[in-house]
Design a protein around this ligand. Structure first.
Ligand SMILES: Nc1ncnc2c1ncn2[C@@H]1O[C@H](COP(=O)(O)OP(=O)(O)OP(=O)(O)O)[C@@H](O)[C@H]1O
Ligand code: SF4
Ligand SMILES: [Mg+2]
Length: 342
């Protein structure tokens, strides 16, 4: 199945809580098939935040959905394994997977408003979690639901009685974080948790996520466009391009010594890492996944390309020299200077 080394494996002795290997996802539409995830492997270790970054369409959400068995009907999981504490999630019966989802692994979805059930009051949705997963009585579940909201919002009783459409974007986001963390999961997959939030709400959401990060027993797979969020929360970073991980390293190495020309370009074009906003843009366009050539998918945008890049198949992830395998890059001619030029 997966022949490539696991790019996000740490050299620590800890066993990953979540191990993804050789994941391949393809979408079928009337016109074409889109290989959205192409041999992605990653390990998430206990207590760490692993950020997955990349431009729109690079396959980040598809990886998250595949891990939790939430791919849409037109998607095909072609290959790969997902192991959670040694149990295979992809082979798990549906009812067991539902139990794991929410209780042990929770997801904060990219669009909080539409991920909440529109016809149920917020308090009912939260209470349902305690009733179905913990066997709580109706009264106890309601109390537990309000307790969750108390930690996140100024007016928990009013929010509990509201329908999702009555919430602002920021309130919905916090409700979603409350739902994801209500049952104390050990893994949280957060898909763009700060996207489209105004600066004040973004700041509050980041503080909430920082609180989660500081809990030793919680691991977070953080999907984001926002390098300010990466700098503030992540321990390690995996950079995705065209459905693949092209670079991975600890957060300091990524910011200081990015080796892939794509990572380097993204960081170089950042206006200000600490300002809220979407990812920096760089010249050129992401490739059309349906018609990917065999060469490096970054070739048309790359100013480091050599003849090897034009004649050989796309490079595979390899350890950066001297990094003990903690820093991996898929590039024939990686950047050799630091981002500051030294
Ligand atoms: N249901 C679908 N049907 C067909 N193609 C899809 C579907 N969902 C995603 N895709 C395609 O798969 C590719 C990866 O999409 P995905 O949503 O995983 O990217 P992403 O990195 O999460 O992007 P964004 O940052 O915009 O959320 C894109 O080319 C997208 O158009
Ligand atoms: S392999 Fe070549 S084309 Fe691809 S990113 Fe590296 S230098 Fe650029
Ligand atoms: Mg996405």
């Amino acid at each position: 199945m997966n022949e490539s080394p696991n790019p996000t494996a740490s050299v620590t002795d800890a066993r990953p809580v979540l191990a993804v290997s050789g994941l391949r996802v393809r979408y079928r539409t009337e016109e074409e098939t889109i290989p959205a995830v192409r041999d992605v492997s990653l390990d998430l270790f206990p207590g760490e935040v692993l950020a997955v970054v990349g431009e729109s369409g690079s396959g980040k959400s598809s990886v998250a959905h595949a891990i939790l068995g939430l791919l849409p009907a037109n998607a095909k999981l072609e290959a790969g394994t997902v192991s959670f504490r040694g149990r295979s999630l992809l082979d798990m019966p549906r009812n067991q997977l539902q139990q794991v989802r929410g209780e042990e692994i929770a997801m904060i979805f990219q669009d909080a408003q539409s991920a909440l059930t529109p016809t149920l009051r917020v308090g009912e949705q939260l209470a349902e979690l305690f009733e179905s997963h913990r066997g709580a009585s109706e009264d106890d579940a309601r109390k537990a639901a309000v307790d969750v909201l108390k930690g996140l919002l100024a007016d928990p009783l009013r929010v509990a009685d509201a329908y999702p459409f009555q919430l602002s974007g920021g309130m919905a986001q916090r409700v979603m974080i409350g739902m994801a963390t209500a049952l104390d999961p050990s893994v949280i997959i957060a898909d763009e948790p700060t996207a489209n939030l105004d600066p004040a709400v973004r700041h509050e959401t980041l503080s909430t996520l920082e609180g989660l990060r500081d809990q030793e027993d919680v691991s977070v797979l953080l999907i984001t466009h926002d390098f300010g969020v990466v700098a503030r929360l992540a321990d390690r970073v995996a950079v995705m391009y065209a459905g693949e991980i092209v670079e991975t390293a600890d957060v300091r190495s990524i910011f200081r010594w990015p080796r892939h020309p794509y990572t380097f370009g993204l960081l170089q074009s950042l206006p200000d890492m600490h300002r809220p906003g979407r990812m920096a843009t760089m010249p050129g366009h992401a490739p059309d996944l349906a018609t990917l050539p065999p060469e490096c998918p970054f070739l048309p945008r790359c100013n480091k390309a050599t003849s090897q890049c034009r004649t050989e198949p796309a490079p595979r992830l390899m350890p950066v020299e001297g990094s003990d395998g903690e820093h991996m890059v898929a590039c024939y001619n990686p950047i050799a200077v630091s981002l500051r030029g030294d």
